[in-house]
Design a binder for this molecule. Structure first.
Ligand code: CA
Ligand code: CA
Ligand code: CA
Length: 384
């Protein structure tokens, strides 16, 4: 009997142990079920155009700065999140990031976490470019030396250098003073200042020169400068041309000067005599000198700068017809002047005899009065 009761007691203990085991196991099973659903809901990486965002895990914000000039109105981020979580909007889905966007991560256990994503664009740096890229005047391109910061231009010889309007191209976002198109006096080299967007500046020096006139033959005699101008002009036009060059039509004061000018003009100046002939001077070739009797017939004056302030050197027609020098001043008229057809008022130095075929009226190096509206080459004299 005692053995039976012992056995029963034993059985009761086993039953208790079994029950306890089952309960524990059940409880354990229950707690294992809830542990399987993950609460994790982090964004672990967030990048746009390969630029990684900075994730603030405390404030749940993400900031990204994209390269300057990036269009942020439609960008597709690459997003990594916690295992078993999901994110909305999805990774790879294009968004307009003009304003902050909220991304919601949902954990496996359905709990959620919001992240605010702020995208900004790097401000474009201020340009330091300050170059003159092109500089032209009247379609002539200047030669730019970037190392010396100089620009040189050579313009046609008759250009008025005192009022020119350059066309200028400069670096983007830069400015220039004086501005393109402004009328400038280039008599002296001119400073142009280019200022970059960032405020730095540099100065270019522009030098404008005029082409040499290939029609001018220059020589010196007795320490004075002369020019033979191989452009056919009336006496007045020739005088104006001489004045514009700060000279005057040559005034011959003695035989040596006459010989020197004739020699240079006939031997060295390269004149094609057929281009400077006077029909009313026997068809011969001539060069204008500074004398005329325009103001008063028969009153010959040296007035090479045509200012009316003249030196009277001859009165009347040829010597054989009663003409006389004034104050013993030099002349080389020969048989002239004759005021042929009553309209010969300009003094010309003959390069050939006249008339051209016979020469019975005059010879090369002598003077003749011819119509002052003839178009002839001329000689300029300069006071040094
Ligand atoms: Ca002289
Ligand atoms: Ca005359
Ligand atoms: Ca004559």
């Amino acid at each position: 009997m005692k053995r039976i009761s012992q056995l029963l007691h034993y059985n009761k203990n086993i039953t208790q142990i079994l029950l306890t085991t089952i309960l524990i196991t059940l409880a354990a099973c229950q707690s294992d079920d809830s542990a399987e659903l993950s609460p994790k809901k982090n964004i672990t990486t967030f990048s746009i155009l390969n630029v990684k965002g900075t994730i603030d895990t405390t404030n749940k914000t993400i900031t990204i700065e994209l390269p300057e000039n990036t269009d942020i109105s439609s960008l597709s981020p690459e997003i990594s999140i916690s295992d078993k979580a999901s994110v909305s909007p999805k990774s790879g889905q294009a968004q307009d990031f003009t304003n902050p966007i909220i991304y919601t991560v949902t954990a496996e256990d359905k709990s959620t976490q919001k992240y605010t994503v702020n995208v900004s664009v790097k401000p474009s740096a201020l340009s330091s470019e300050k170059k003159i890229l092109e500089f032209s005047i009247m379609e002539v391109q200047g030669t730019i030396s970037e190392s010396n910061k100089t620009i040189t231009l050579e313009l046609p010889e008759n250009t008025d250098i005192t009022a020119l309007s350059p066309k200028i191209t400069i670096s983007k976002k830069a400015s220039i003073t004086p501005v393109s198109g402004e009328t400038i006096d280039f008599t002296n080299p001119m400073d142009y200042i280019v200022t970059a967007e960032d405020g730095t500046s540099q100065t270019y020096v522009i030098t404008v020169t005029l082409e040499e006139n290939k029609n001018i033959y220059m020589f010196t005699y007795n320490n004075k400068t002369y020019e033979v101008v191989k452009e056919a002009k009336t006496w007045e036009e020739a005088s104006k041309f001489a004045i514009d060059r700060d000279g005057y039509l040559a005034e011959i004061n003695n035989e040596a000067e006459n010989n020197a000018l004739f020699d240079e003009a006939s031997k060295n100046a390269g004149i094609d005599t057929s281009n400077t002939s006077a029909p009313d001077g026997g068809g011969a070739s001539y060069l204008w000198l500074g004398g005329n009797d325009i103001a008063e017939e028969g009153s010959w004056v040296w007035n090479g700068n045509n200012d009316g302030n003249a030196t009277n050197f001859w009165k009347g027609k040829s010597a054989t017809n009663g003409g006389t020098p004034i104050d013993n001043l030099y002349n080389n008229w020969g048989n002239e002047p004759d005021d042929y057809n009553s309209n010969q008022d300009g003094l010309a130095l003959a390069l050939t005899q006249w008339p051209l075929n016979s020469g019975h009226l005059g010879k090369a190096s002598q003077w003749n009065d011819v119509n002052h509206t003839n178009k002839l080459y001329f000689i300029i004299e300069f006071d040094n």
